[in-house]
Design a binder for this molecule. Structure first.
Ligand code: HEM
Length: 352
C-alpha cells in the first residue's frame, strides 16, 4: 500500500467543497430543463422568449457540472479508490452508459436551443427527455455510491444480475429521492440567481424566471426532506448513531438540516421580494447545506467501510511538491474560468 499523499482531512474537506459545487451546477441543468419543458407546454410568446434566455444557462450548468465532477473524482480516487473502482466494475454497463447518456442530454439541449431560435419551437418533451436522462445518470451515481459500501453483495450482484441493474436495496430509493430533490432545489436557486444577474434589461421575464425556478425549489425541498427522513430511518443502527449522536459528525448532519430549513424560508422571501440580496441569500445558505451534507455523507461511508478498512490508519506520505503544483494549477484554472465568464458576460452585455 502506497499510503495517502496527505493526511485525510484536507482531502475530505476538498471532496465536500467540490461535490457541493458539482451538485449546484448539475442541479441547474436539471431544474433548467424542467423550466424549459413547462414553458414549452404553455407555448405563449413570453414563455418562448424566456426559454431563449434560459436554454443557454442550462447548457452552461451541464458543462460546468461535468467539469466540476472531475474535482471530487480526484479526491474519491485517493480516499476510497479500491471500493470506488470495484463498484464501477460491478455496475459496469450502467457506469459506462453515463458517457452516451451525457452526450444524449447535451444534444437534446442543443437541439432545443436550435429550435427555440427557429420559426418552429421545439416540442416540450425534448427538454423533458433531457431531464429524464439526467435523472437516470443521478440513479447511476447513487447506485455506485450504494454498491461501493456493500462489498458483500458484489459477487451475487455481478454474477446474478451481471451488473445490469442498479442496486435496488433499502437505501437506493430514499438516497435517490434525497439526492434528486437536492439537485432540483439547488438548481432552482441557481437558475434564479443567474436570471437575476443576466436578465436585468428584461424585468418581466426575469421575474417570471425567478418565480418558476423557485416554485420548483419549494416542491423539491419537500421531496428532499422526505428522502432524508426515509434515508436516516433506513440506515443501519451503527451509521445512525454515528451520524446523529457522535461529535463532530452530528455537527455536519445538523448543520445540513438547519441550512436546508433556513434556505427554505429564504426561498419564500425571495419569491416575494426578488431583490439581488433576497435571491442570492438562499444560494449561499443552501450551498453551505450541500457542503455539510457532503461531509455527513462521507462520514456515513467511513462508518460503513470501517468493517473493511479505516482511513485514519492508512499511512500518509505527504508529497508537498506535487501538492503545491496541483494547487497552483487549480488557481490558474479557476482564474481562467473566471476570465472566460467575465468575457461572456461582457459580450452578452454588448449584444443586449
Ligand atoms: C447529469 C450528470 C450527473 C448527475 C445528475 C450527477 C449526480 C450525482 C449525484 C446525485 C451524486 C451523489 C451520489 C450519492 O451520494 O449517492 C454524484 C456524485 C458524484 N459525481 Fe456526479 N453527476 C453527474 C455527472 C458527473 C460526472 C460527469 C462526473 C465526473 C466527471 C461526476 C462525478 C461525481 C463524483 C466523483 C461523485 C462522488 C462519488 C462518490 O463519492 O463515490 N458526476 N453525482
Amino acid at each position: 500500500m502506497l499510503g495517502l499523499p496527505l493526511v485525510p482531512w484536507p482531502l475530505e474537506l476538498a471532496l465536500a467543497i467540490a461535490l457541493a459545487v458539482h451538485w449546484s451546477f448539475i442541479g441547474m441543468a436539471i431544474t433548467g430543463s424542467a423550466v424549459l419543458a413547462v414553458n414549452l407546454l404553455h407555448g405563449r410568446e413570453q414563455n418562448l422568449r424566456l426559454n431563449r434566455h434560459l436554454v443557454s444557462f442550462v447548457i452552461f450548468g451541464l458543462s460546468f457540472g461535468i467539469t466540476f465532477g472531475i474535482l471530487p473524482l480526484l479526491m474519491v480516487q485517493v480516499l476510497h479508490g479500491n471500493f470506488f473502482y470495484s463498484a464501477n466494475i460491478v455496475i459496469a454497463y450502467w457506469w459506462l452508459a453515463v458517457i452516451p447518456l451525457l452526450i444524449t442530454g447535451f444534444y437534446l439541449l442543443y437541439y432545443t436551443r436550435l429550435r427555440l431560435h427557429s420559426e418552429r419551437p421545439p416540442a416540450f418533451f425534448l427538454p423533458l427527455l433531457a431531464l429524464m436522462v439526467f435523472a437516470t445518470i443521478a440513479s447511476i451515481l447513487v447506485s455506485e455510491t450504494t454498491v461501493s459500501q456493500f462489498p458483500e453483495v458484489w459477487k451475487e450482484f455481478h454474477w446474478k444480475w451481471r451488473g445490469l441493474l442498479p442496486y435496488w436495496g433499502a437505501f437506493f430509493i430514499p438516497r435517490w429521492i434525497f439526492a434528486f430533490g437536492g439537485l432540483l432545489a439547488m438548481g432552482g436557486i441557481m437558475v434564479s440567481v443567474l436570471s437575476k444577474i443576466t436578465m436585468r434589461s428584461e424585468r418581466q421575464l426575469q421575474e417570471l424566471a425567478i418565480s418558476q425556478a423557485l416554485r420548483i425549489t419549494t416542491g423539491a425541498l419537500f421531496l428532499q426532506v422526505a428522502g432524508a427522513v426515509w434515508l436516516v430511518l433506513a440506515l443501519p443502527a451503527e451509521q445512525q448513531s454515528v451520524l446523529l449522536g457522535k461529535w463532530p459528525n452530528v455537527l455536519a448532519f445538523y448543520s445540513a438540516a438547519a441550512s436546508f430549513l433556513i434556505a427554505a424560508i429564504l426561498v419564500q422571501v425571495a419569491r416575494r421580494r426578488m431583490t439581488a440580496a433576497a435571491v442570492i441569500a438562499p444560494a449561499v445558505i443552501y450551498y453551505a447545506g450541500l457542503f455539510a451534507a457532503a461531509m455527513a455523507r462521507d462520514k456515513g461511508r467511513e462508518v460503513a467501510m470501517s468493517r473493511f478498512f479505516d482511513l485514519s490508519t492508512v499511512a500518509a506520505h505527504p508529497q508537498w511538491a506535487a501538492f503545491i503544483v496541483f494547487l497552483g494549477t487549480i488557481a490558474i484554472g479557476v482564474g481562467m474560468v473566471a476570465y472566460m465568464v467575465h468575457l461572456a458576460v461582457a459580450y452578452r452585455g454588448r449584444e443586449e
